[in-house]
Design a protein around this ligand. Structure first.
Ligand SMILES: C[S@@+](CC[C@H](N)C(=O)[O-])C[C@H]1O[C@@H](n2cnc3c(N)ncnc32)[C@H](O)[C@@H]1O
Length: 412
């Protein structure tokens, strides 16, 4: 079918993944920068490589790597938090300006009192008292007021604040889903909101200095767009990109990686659009009643899921429908001779493994691409969750993936 090559080189077991601006903000299922670097070096298309495109950019790993390599890039995502993070990570802010502004913020933090907090209306945060203590809400509001005071540096510090907004909430540690910590732990939970902000700001300022030391400053465009609906022709015209390096979701956000839930604290805090219903508009969020693609590569897997559970089958189909639409859009944006690299995971539904790597290759083939190869890489740590909770029941976990597949295709 679509040959898979197991290659241990791509595992990057001990790779340091937080250099440059990659350290700025945690995000679910982040790509390893070294993989993007290696794909650019080894699979760059013949002829020009002027523009790299990431249609599900998340926290912008591909865009940052393209930028470091001196290649123009464009990235899209429908998660507003992803757009904020990617935009900030790819900007060459003036380090001196950022340091000066950090000094102003730090000085004001030292003089904090509740009376100095201007905005104490937290209605935009759903269930604010359930997720935060009063002290934390006031301190976060104070930081927001300081950060928003200077529009030139505001977004840089919003990214710093965004991680604090999530980590200072009563969320159960280290999880992407919205589970609250046990009530017994709440009385002893007093996060050092200002200390967290300072430490993250200093970390990100180091990352910025390293990023700014790279001489090249190519163009980067970050757009809030739905990959399944279509690219705005003014930004990503037909046959306008040379290379795509991306990692799409491997299922809908409710039953696989919870992008919407992970981002909700920040999206609500900043008053971004769709904060509460993001999972409904991410791929697979919209429910279809039939398949809109034709597949041979995973037909038997889909049929066996349908036999055991018709509802789960339709959930899988809804995701694959959106995924197919997005592949058609991406394919149209790539020039002839251009290369796409999709890093995908093959999850298991009702005991049946769905070979998303085959499906990806097959759908690109339908759009006029040749399969170059699929590289199989082991997942060395918990970056991509090998276990998820498909039932959404806390604690109920099932092995879904141990490998990732890098599908590489060329447009004929
Ligand atoms: C695996 S993550 C990308 C992670 C990224 N490579 C990184 O290193 O951070 C997949 C992304 O797809 C986005 N996404 C889901 N549905 C989308 C759609 N219809 N259009 C655009 N982006 C979408 C999610 O918001 C998520 O950020």
């Amino acid at each position: 079918m679509y040959e898979r090559i197991i290659d241990d080189r791509w595992t990057y077991r001990d790779a340091y993944t937080k250099d440059y601006t990659h350290c700025y903000h945690n995000y679910p299922a982040m790509m390893i920068p070294q993989i993007v670097r290696a794909l650019i070096a080894e699979y760059r298309p013949a002829g020009r490589l002027d523009t790299l495109f990431d249609p599900y950019m998340g926290s912008g790993t591909s865009l940052v790597e393209a930028s470091i390599a001196g290649i123009d890039s464009v990235g899209i995502d429908i998660n507003p938090l992803a757009c904020l993070i990617s935009d900030v990570k790819t900007r060459h802010y003036d380090s001196l300006q950022i340091e000066k502004d950090y000094g102003r913020i730090a000085e004001r933090i030292d003089k904090y009192s509740e009376k100095a907090v201007e905005d104490t209306n937290f209605d935009r945060i759903s269930n604010s008292g359930y997720w935060y203590s009063r002290d934390v809400l006031f301190k976060l509001s104070f930081l927001t007021q300081l950060v928003d005071a200077d529009v030139r540096t505001r977004d840089f510090f919003r990214v710093v604040l965004s991680e604090v907004v999530r980590e200072a909430s009563f969320t159960r540690n280290g999880e992407f889903k919205r589970f609250r910590m046990p009530s017994s732990r709440i009385p002893a939970f007093h996060p050092d909101v200002f200390g967290m902000f300072r430490a993250k700001a200093l970390r990100n300022m180091d990352g910025l200095r390293q990023y700014n030391s790279v001489a090249l400053r190519p163009k980067v465009e970050v757009l809030r767009t739905d990959a399944s609906v279509g690219m705005s022709a003014s930004n990503i015209g037909p046959e306008s990109v040379d290379m795509v390096i991306t990692s799409p979701p491997y299922g809908d956000s409710r039953t696989t990686v919870a992008y919407g839930q992970f981002s909700r604290w920040s999206n609500e805090w900043f008053g971004f659009d769709n904060a509460r219903n993001l999972d409904n508009i991410l791929m697979g969020g919209h429910k279809y009643d039939r398949e809109i693609f034709e597949t041979e590569s995973i037909r038997s897997e889909l049929d066996s899921i349908r036999e055991t559970d018709a509802r789960r089958f339709m959930e899988v189909i809804s995701f694959l429908n959106d995924y197919w639409l997005s592949i058609r859009n991406v394919a149209a944006a790539v020039r002839h001779g251009g290369v796409v690299c999709y890093v995908v995971g093959n999850r298991t539904v009702k005991g049946v493994r769905i070979s998303l790597d085959y499906f990806t290759a097959e759908m690109f083939e339908k759009c006029g691409f040749d399969h170059i190869r699929t590289i199989v890489r082991g997942i060395p740590n918990k970056r991509m969750p090998a276990k998820t909770s498909p039932t959404n029941i806390a604690g109920e976990r099932v092995d879904t993936m141990n490998n990732e597949y890098i599908v590489i295709m060329r447009k004929i």
